[in-house]
Design a protein around this ligand. Structure first.
Ligand code: NCD
Length: 305
């Protein structure tokens, strides 16, 4: 039985659910290597609604659906749908649920995933709701992290450089706070550090949290999780311009450390390309897990695991 009908937030990805999903992801990766495509969802249709820009998330959901032989229906931006005419999200979902067996949606409004999941009679997956959450990315991230470090507890993790607005950082820190003895070190411009609410929430779950401007990756750091400044979410464009190159991971700061460097991508200014060929850099590998991860999630929510 699936643990929940819809995936809205990373808090639903408890250690038990993660353990179940990791097995399924490994199996999906094996199936891809052996057969390319499998028949698991040949009787299903996946709706992909992407009302904000996306490359990796959209294409890996497409690829995952293709590899499971599901059919697909798409809506790719708000201006090509009836949103432009003023249709509500609820009405849109009521229509799409009759065209599909599961709905995947990215939407600019924080909280839109909750509304859509409540409205939908079919399972729903949040592929990013504004600056709020991105739980499927968090699943990719912990899968990658576990491959490299062999554990999801007892970790020192640096998060940068826009913890205030990065939905990937929100979801990953929330997920990892459920595991024991994790320490989070948030770094970046003062204006872009996590909100008090976020820090309280993580600390209440047992994670140790620090906020700093100075980091040394050789100082016992296991993971540097770096995400670009979220340009499209700044209310003041000047704050973005002032800070976009102030924090940047370069080769000298990474070389010789035991720390893996992760990034949900796209990479803009936050990591120098010279970091790419260091063994620490795992961000392109991380992106490659998007397909088996999303295959496992689609299969789980459609009761096929
Ligand atoms: C992230 C997102 O959309 O939030 N990208 C992704 O899904 N891989 C990160 C980002 O856009 O900065």
């Amino acid at each position: 039985m699936r643990p929940f009908k819809s995936l809205i937030a990373a808090e639903q990805l408890t250690p038990d659910v993660i353990a179940q999903l990791f097995k399924a992801i490994d199996q999906m990766a094996e199936q891809i290597a052996e057969h390319g495509r499998i028949d698991l969802l040949e009787d299903k249709v996946v709706a992909l609604l992407f009302f904000e820009p996306s490359s990796r998330t959209m294409m890996s959901f497409q690829s995952a659906s293709q590899r499971l032989k599901a059919g697909m229906v798409f809506a790719q931006n708000a201006s090509s749908t009836s949103f432009e005419k003023g249709e509500s999200l609820e009405d849109l979902i009521r229509m799409v649920e009759s065209y599909s067996d599961i709905i995947v949606m990215r939407h600019a409004m924080p909280g839109s995933a909750q509304i859509a999941a409540q409205t939908s009679s079919v399972p729903f997956i949040n592929a990013g709701d504004g600056g709020n959450e991105h739980p499927t990315q968090a699943l990719i991230d912990v899968y990658t992290l576990n491959k490299h470090k062999g554990r999801l507890s007892d970790l020192n993790i640096v998060f940068g450089f826009d913890s205030l607005q990065s939905r990937s950082i929100h979801s990953l820190s929330r997920l990892l706070a459920q595991y024991p003895n994790n320490r989070f070190i948030f770094t970046g411009p003062t204006e872009l550090q996590p909100s008090k609410e976020m820090l309280d929430d993580l600390q209440a779950l047992g994670a140790k949290c620090e906020v700093t401007q100075e980091i040394d990756l050789r100082d016992n750091v296991d993971v540097a999780y770096i995400n670009r400044l979220q340009e499209e979410r700044f209310s003041d464009a000047q704050i973005f311009e002032q800070n976009r190159r102030r924090f940047r991971l370069d080769r000298a700061s990474v070389e010789g450390s035991n720390c893996i460097v992760m990034d949900p991508l796209p990479r803009i200014d936050e990591i120098d390309v010279e970091v790419d060929d260091l063994p620490n850099a795992v961000y392109f590998e991380q992106a490659s897990y998007g397909v088996p991860v999303r295959m496992a999630l689609l299969a789980m929510l459609l009761n096929k695991l």
